[in-house]
Design a protein around this ligand. Structure first.
Ligand SMILES: *[C@@H]1O[C@H](CO)[C@@H](O)[C@H](O)[C@H]1NC(C)=O
Ligand SMILES: *[C@@H]1O[C@H](CO)[C@@H](O)[C@H](O)[C@H]1NC(C)=O
Ligand SMILES: *[C@@H]1O[C@H](CO)[C@@H](O)[C@H](O)[C@H]1NC(C)=O
Ligand SMILES: *[C@@H]1O[C@H](CO)[C@@H](O)[C@H](O)[C@H]1NC(C)=O
Ligand SMILES: *[C@@H]1O[C@H](CO)[C@@H](O)[C@H](O)[C@H]1NC(C)=O
Ligand SMILES: *[C@@H]1O[C@H](CO)[C@@H](O)[C@H](O)[C@H]1NC(C)=O
Ligand SMILES: *[C@@H]1O[C@H](CO)[C@@H](O)[C@H](O)[C@H]1NC(C)=O
Ligand SMILES: *[C@@H]1O[C@H](CO)[C@@H](O)[C@H](O)[C@H]1NC(C)=O
Ligand SMILES: *[C@@H]1O[C@H](CO)[C@@H](O)[C@H](O)[C@H]1NC(C)=O
Ligand SMILES: *[C@@H]1O[C@H](CO)[C@@H](O)[C@H](O)[C@H]1NC(C)=O
Length: 335
């Protein structure tokens, strides 16, 4: 081994990983003290009227990890924004599970994002209510000002299934045929309830008479307007969208990284894989760490630091060790 020419720094790193067993572990960490392409992590990016910055990131701010089989993002995995269109007309969208939502605004002071359903926004007065809103609670949650509307769709459409006269539910009936997507449902009547209207109004009796139930989050304040918008102007309520708040990462390694003004890089499967610091450096363990002080590889300076990524392994609690090595050194001094 000593007689071999020094391998390029990249393969040195892979060797280092292989020996330390990180390749076999879940979610390949970024090589500590390496460089990353920092032009992928812009400080802030305007998409239409929405300011997009960390922990959100643009969908193109994703790069491959050194083994070229997985990707990492410049921000929290679920906070991926697509920006479509140009200039003031551009529209920011956030995918939650398999649906896309239009981003109305992001308020960084109180970590709130206001979203609207794309389908609702592009239809008129009677938007089709097509799906539940679901998302992972890893980073996102409803705010205190969120409440739900429950839609009972396409009810009493089966032969012989008649709406009882003087049904309590009549007050909640939506006079809006467009609410039923013609492709998927019949032409039965539909109803909408707020969370509070729940059981007093016979909501639960409807279950067996309707072909679909859809629960949609809305902004509570909009429901208080006078005259009331529900049931027929439910489209206006939905247009106002709903609020979600985001939380700080639960990972201590990410918190340290953020405290040192770094950004957490996450893999597609929501694993923290490294701390991205200014100047294109990967911090170890954070941007204050000595690992972030030297660039890798820098052919003109000829020297670089390497830091063991112990911070990335929750079970290991020892401080990272640093070595100063130069490309002339034998690789055996590393491993
Ligand atoms: C590359 O990294 C991914 C994600 O960490 C891992 O699942 C995969 O086994 C690695 N592939 C190789 C060839 O090391
Ligand atoms: C760095 O990232 C930018 C933006 O994502 C991209 O345009 C550029 O090609 C990348 N450069 C390299 C060397 O990967
Ligand atoms: C959501 O938007 C992305 C990016 O434009 C697109 O690739 C995807 O197909 C959209 N998904 C749905 C369900 O419309
Ligand atoms: C965040 O601030 C905005 C604007 O000040 C406000 O409209 C919104 O209700 C706030 N959200 C939360 C969850 O406090
Ligand atoms: C989401 O917020 C609610 C309160 O609004 C809270 O009860 C719940 O525990 C939160 N969920 C998670 C996963 O943090
Ligand atoms: C709204 O529905 C979601 C899931 O469908 C639930 O987690 C949330 O607690 C509900 N919010 C209210 C205010 O009922
Ligand atoms: C709704 O009310 C009925 C009787 O009024 C009761 O039997 C039922 O358990 C209630 N359901 C819920 C979910 O509260
Ligand atoms: C929406 O969620 C409710 C429960 O919260 C469930 O009963 C209903 O079947 C779901 N609707 C769809 C279309 O998945
Ligand atoms: C990193 O340095 C900054 C400023 O010097 C300091 O405020 C912060 O607490 C440090 N973070 C850690 C994790 O040591
Ligand atoms: C590499 O070293 C050269 C000369 O010492 C310096 O000008 C350059 O900025 C360094 N590159 C990085 C990425 O630090």
């Amino acid at each position: 081994m000593a007689h071999l020419p020094p391998p390029p720094p990249h393969s040195l790193f892979l060797l280092f990983l292989a020996v330390h067993g990180f390749v076999a572990s879940h979610g390949l960490p970024l090589p500590p003290s390496s460089t990353y392409n920092d032009s992928m992590c812009s400080e802030s990016f305007w998409c239409g009227g929405v300011d997009i910055k960390y922990p959100f990131y643009l969908s193109n701010a994703i790069q491959e990890t050194p083994n070229y089989t997985s990707h990492y993002s410049c921000g929290y995995t679920d906070m991926k924004i697509f920006c479509q269109g140009e200039g003031a007309a551009a529209i920011a969208t956030l995918p939650l599970d398999q649906y896309n939502y239009t981003v109305h605004s992001i308020i960084y002071d109180n970590r709130t994002i206001v979203l609207g359903d794309k389908e609702v926004l592009k239809s008129g007065k009677c938007p089709t209510v097509s799906h539940n809103v679901t998302f992972s609670y890893e980073w996102l949650n409803y705010t205190d000002s969120s409440t739900n509307l429950t839609f009972f769709l396409d009810c009493y459409s089966r032969p012989g299934d008649q709406q009882p006269p003087n049904s309590q539910a009549e007050d909640f009936q939506v006079d809006c045929k467009g609410i039923n997507s013609p492709a998927r449902r019949g032409d039965g009547v539909s109803f909408v309830f707020t969370s509070e209207q729940g059981n007093v109004s016979g909501e639960y009796e409807l279950v067996e008479h309707c072909s679909e139930i859809v629960v949609v989050p809305v902004h509570e304040e909009v429901l208080m307007s006078e005259p009331p918008l529900l049931p027929n102007d439910y489209g206006v309520v939905l247009e106002h969208g709903f609020q979600l708040e985001w939380k700080q990462s639960r990972e201590q390694a990410c918190n340290l990284c953020e405290e040192s003004k770094g950004r957490c890089a996450y893999s597609e499967n929501r694993q923290f894989i490294g701390c991205l610091c200014s100047g294109g450096k990967v911090g170890a363990p954070d941007c204050n760490g000595s690992g972030a002080a030297a660039a890798y590889p820098n052919t003109s300076s000829g020297k670089f630091f390497r830091t063991a990524p112990s911070i990335l392994v929750p079970s290991e609690n020892k401080r990272p060790t640093c070595e100063l090595i130069s490309p002339e050194d034998k690789p055996s001094s590393v491993v």
